[in-house]
Write a protein that binds this ligand. Structure first.
Ligand code: HEM
Length: 455
């Protein structure tokens, strides 16, 4: 009871300070932006008192009712949602709008100041440090690893044929994480450790994800002090211990491996790789640690970031792609024909060059990322005022870019729920606005791993 009272009083005080003050420019500008009418004290914050699924549907409703731009506000925060390609271009292409705050801060206890959530000089420094690990040559180097794991995956899936049900999600997640570890954490990650720790790791990722979503749906938890007192925060702390232990083991194992081999300094064509190539992400970070440019905590932040951002998005996308194609017999037939033309009667493994010939399959993947973007929205904190769709957005609020709604706009993608890979044939895709399709975001803070997914 006392806790609820503290929450209410606290929220009302903050609300009064910032948004109820009619003289404030922020309040004046926000009042002009279209959106549902808010209540006296809590603005539209009541919308957040929904379950995650209901909140998702509510956001879709708002998008339909307020084409182009709409707002949420309450207590001390303001959010403007945008879905228009011109507006999205204004934000994503401008280096003034690369700052992230809510809801990324909710990931802070896990990812620290890792690339996904960091800002300013820290972000610039890390992005520069890590970019070489995502060069196309890295993809070439680890292509074999993709093939081996995919082969293993197929064998396991074939054993499932005839079963009434198969949980593809668990299988896909498992293999995606293994590939992610090998390609970004270097080839010699201890597989036994991976296999024993992997289930615990997944459960902890799931649990932490739940905590973040619950926090997002409970506006009073936006305040750190209040959140820390909750049972959700206690669950988060438990999950964090497992997650950090897992990644610390990955780092220590790799470090030990390099020490045992007496590899003091690695160069891009070091013998540790057996062939010429660039350093994988973890080795690049360990190299920078030796040069005093990053410490253990910094390495862990990046390893946590890449393990999460790399495997979760990719596995989600793979699951939706497989699910959708499984329900589209004609599309399956077209994919089969294309593969038959490439491989003829041969059983050989695919090469990187073959990928360039899989044009139809490529369109299918793009269409799947359109309908089911694994990152349905991204956000930017506005440091300056900006005009979007004819409205001036105040500085200090968060601008949410709803990739999901952009990708489902009827005017850009007629019959948006239909799976039509031909939308992405070059002659059709090139006619579209450059910012009408952004599953990997765009601009300076785009996805650093986009080439690993769609080369
Ligand atoms: C289907 C696969 C993927 C999708 C749809 C995807 C999507 C995205 C999106 C939309 C962003 C922008 C986030 C924002 O602005 O808040 C992003 C950023 C990022 N992604 Fe991905 N991603 C994918 C795969 C990967 C992979 C494989 C990796 C790493 C191995 C990765 C690492 C990152 C990192 C580190 C960032 C933050 C970049 C920065 O802020 O500088 N992603 N991703």
């Amino acid at each position: 009871m006392i806790f609820t009272l503290i929450v209410i009083v606290f929220c009302l005080l903050i609300y009064n300070y910032s948004f109820n003050n009619k003289k404030s420019r922020k309040a004046e500008l926000m009042s002009k932006i279209p959106g549902p009418k808010g209540s006296l004290f809590i603005g539209t914050a009541v919308t957040f008192l929904l379950s995650p699924e209901e909140l998702f549907l509510k956001s879709r409703e708002l998008y339909k009712d307020y084409k182009g731009i709409t707002k949420f506000y309450g207590f001390n925060f303001g959010i403007v949602n945008i879905y228009d390609p011109d507006d999205i271009e204004t934000i994503l292409s401008n280096s003034r709008f690369i700052e992230k705050r809510s809801p990324y801060t909710f990931l802070g206890s896990w990812l620290g100041e890792g690339l996904l959530v960091s800002n300013g000089a820290k972000w610039q420094e890390r992005r520069k440090m890590l970019t070489p690990a995502f060069h196309f040559n890295i993809l070439k180097k680890y292509f074999r690893s993709f093939l081996d794991h995919t082969q293993e995956f197929f064998e396991i899936v074939s054993d499932e044929v005839g079963n009434e049900k198969t949980d593809l999600s668990a299988l896909i997640r498992n293999y995606t994480l293994k590939i992610m570890c090998e390609t970004t954490m270097a080839e010699h990650v201890d597989v036994t450790m991976m296999n024993t720790g992997i289930d615990k790791y997944f459960n902890a990722v799931y649990s932490l994800g739940q905590c973040v979503v619950e926090r997002l749906c409970r506006i009073w938890y936006y305040n750190n002090f209040i959140y820390k007192l909750s049972s959700v925060a206690r669950r988060e702390t438990k999950a964090l211990a497992t997650l950090h232990e897992f990644t610390e083991n990955v780092i220590r194992n790799r470090r030990k491996y390099l020490e045992n081999k007496n590899i003091i300094e690695m160069t891009e064509d070091d013998e540790v790789y057996g062939k010429k190539g660039r350093l994988a992400m973890l080795d690049l970070l360990l190299q920078n640690e030796r040069e005093g440019k990053i410490d253990f905590k910094g390495i862990r932040e990046e390893v946590d970031t890449f393990m999460f951002e790399g495997h979760d998005t990719t596995a989600t996308s793979l699951m939706f792609t497989v699910m959708r194609i499984a329900n589209e017999p004609e599309i399956q037939e077209n994919i089969y024909k294309e593969l038959k033309e490439i491989f003829q009667e041969s059983n050989r493994m695919p090469t990187l060059e073959d990928l360039n010939e899989m044009k139809y399959l490529h369109c299918c993947i793009m269409e799947s990322l359109r309908i089911y973007p694994p990152v349905p929205f991204i956000a930017r904190r506005l440091k300056d005022e900006v005009v979007l769709s004819g409205y001036t957005l105040p500085s200090g609020i968060d601008c949410y870019i709803f990739i999901y709604d952009l990708h489902h706009r009827e005017d850009l993608y007629p019959e948006p729920e239909k799976f039509i890979p031909e939308r992405f044939l070059p002659e059709n895709h090139q006619k579209r606005h450059r910012y009408a399709y952004v599953p990997f975001s765009a601009g300076q803070r785009n996805c650093i791993g986009d080439r690993i997914w769609v080369p």
